[in-house]
Design a protein around this ligand. Structure first.
Ligand code: MTE
Length: 312
């Protein structure tokens, strides 16, 4: 389980929004995806992470809220199940396969998968389809870098993602009453996947990603509803046809393939006009939901010409 270390630097030396990023946590995070085996003193040689210029200036939700109010049906359907039950998932060794319509298909150990890239702090708004929101300080890499390295073929039009299946450690996959078909799957159009906001996260608050948030590798798409952010990824496949996605399979009239945050298109059972801010007290402050979750300047161009009511 992750432990958030409070910075030891005097408050006068740091700005409030950076207050959680101590040099110690930065260096720990630089080494985190590389696993054990850091030579003594070797950490100092690790570059400090850059902060993505896409990051929001809004205050991040507390680590406690981010790690105790989760959706992760492999561990149960209630918000507290992932924290209670995901801790036992073995995340090393971890294999990630990148294949399909690419010139360089490969199967990587997680450490080798991450090694070529520079980790960034990416502080993004996070909007769940259930009309609640958080601000999450991820540590991750642009998905585009991974796709470029695989060298997509001309016929590749979509990217399909797949979560681990391991009923022995994922109690939600072993039970009698199955909620979703396993593996959990998600998909993006290739141009969405290549957008610089599309992130593969390996960390949170400068530390290794907690299991309940999708360790060791999960997708983060800040302009889409949270269910697109598939956790515990083991497969990334470039394909020609639009791939199936778990929630769309489960309830196609409620959850679309695009899942762009859109206050004008209500869920059939509730409004999407506002959102409950997690961590804002007992009654929960609500605020208006923004088109594309506030990332319209960056991503709206991906959808010009698309009827967002039909393609929700
Ligand atoms: N990924 C897998 N493998 N299984 C899941 O049940 N739930 C999704 C998404 N990724 C889910 C998943 C949903 S519905 C949401 S809202 C986000 O994860 C929640 O991410 P968080 O718990 O880090 O906030």
């Amino acid at each position: 389980m992750v432990h958030f270390s409070v910075p030891k630097i005097p408050g006068s030396e740091i700005t409030p929004k950076e207050a959680y990023v101590s040099r110690r946590t930065l260096l720990a995070a630089a080494g985190m995806a590389l696993g054990a085996g850091f030579p003594a003193g070797g950490r100092a040689a690790q570059p400090e992470r850059a902060r993505s210029h896409f990051s929001t200036d809004e205050a991040p939700t507390s680590l406690g809220d981010i790690t105790s109010y989760n959706n992760y049906y492999e561990f149960g359907t209630s918000k507290s199940d992932p924290k209670a039950h995901a801790g036992g998932l073995t995340t090393r060794p971890w294999t990630v396969k990148v294949d399909g319509l690419v010139n360089r298909p490969a199967e990587y150990q997680l450490e080798d998968f991450i090694k070529p890239y520079t980790l960034e702090d990416r502080i993004f708004r996070h909007r769940c389809v259930e009309a609640w929101s958080m601000v999450i300080p991820w540590v991750g890499i642009p998905l585009a870098e991974v796709l470029k390295r695989a060298d997509p073929q001309g016929s590749a039009k979509f990217v399909a993602f797949k979560t681990l299946v391991r009923p022995s450690e994922m109690r939600g996959q072993a039970g009698l009453f199955q909620t979703l078909d396993w593996p959990y799957v998600e998909g993006l159009r290739l141009d969405e996947a290549m957008h610089p906001l599309a992130t593969l996260a390996v960390g949170l608050y400068g530390e290794t990603l907690p299991n309940q948030n999708g360790a060791p590798l999960r997708l983060v798409l800040p302009w889409k509803y949270g269910f697109k952010g598939i956790k515990a990824i083991v497969g990334i496949r470039l394909v020609e046809q639009q791939p199936p996605t778990s929630w769309n399979n489960q309830a196609p009239h409620e959850y679309g393939f695009y899942a762009n945050v859109n206050p004008q298109v209500d869920h059939p059972r509730w409004s999407q006009a506002t959102e409950r801010v997690i961590g804002s007290g007992f009654f929960g402050r609500r605020k208006p939901t923004l088109m594309f979750n506030g990332y319209g300047d960056q991503v709206a161009g991906l959808y010009s010409g698309l009827d967002l009511r039909a393609s929700f």
